[in-house]
Design a protein around this ligand. Structure first.
Ligand code: 5GP
Ligand code: ZN
Length: 119
C-alpha cells in the first residue's frame, strides 16, 4: 500500500503524528480530531484495510493490536473508569481511513453506543 495510505505514511514517518506507544508490529498515536478527552488510534504497522481483513488474515497481529490498546489504556489511566475500543468498518460503519485502526476513547462518560436508535 504505502504512499497511497495515510496511516502507512504515518508508520513510515512521512506524516507527523503524536505517537504514544510503538511496538515492533503496532503503533498508537493521538487522533488529530479528538472526540473524547482521550482519543488514540491503534494500528498494525502492516497494511490491512479493516478489522475483518486483519482478523482473518493474521489473528496474531489482531491480538497484538488489542494488547497495545490495553497497554495504552493503562498508560492513560483508563482502566479504572473504563473506555471504549471500536473499529469502524466499511460504509455502514463510517470508516474513512482504510488502514485498520482501533479507536481508544475515554477520559469521560462516553454516552450511548450509537448516535441514534436504529431499532
Ligand atoms: P474512521 O472514520 O476511519 O474510523 O476514523 C479515521 C480517524 O482518523 C478519524 O477519527 C480522524 O480524525 C483520524 N485522522 C484522519 N487523518 C488523520 C491524521 O492525519 N492524523 C491523525 N492523527 N489522525 C487522523
Ligand atoms: Zn496503510
Amino acid at each position: 500500500m504505502g504512499s497511497d495510505c495515510l496511516f502507512c505514511r504515518i508508520v513510515a514517518g512521512e506524516i507527523p503524528a503524536t505517537v504514544v506507544r510503538e511496538t515492533a508490529t503496532t503503533l498508537a498515536f493521538r487522533d488529530i480530531t479528538p472526540k473524547a478527552p482521550v482519543h488514540i488510534l491503534v494500528i498494525p504497522k502492516e497494511h490491512y484495510a479493516d478489522v475483518a481483513t486483519l482478523a482473518q488474515g493474521d489473528p496474531g497481529l489482531a491480538a497484538e493490536v488489542l494488547a497495545t490498546a490495553a497497554d495504552v489504556a493503562d498508560d492513560e489511566g483508563l482502566l479504572g473508569d473504563g473506555f471504549r475500543l471500536m473499529f469502524n468498518t466499511g460504509t455502514y460503519g463510517g470508516q474513512e481511513v482504510f488502514h485498520v485502526h482501533a479507536h481508544l476513547l475515554g477520559g469521560a462518560p462516553l454516552g450511548p453506543m450509537l448516535a441514534r436508535d436504529l431499532a
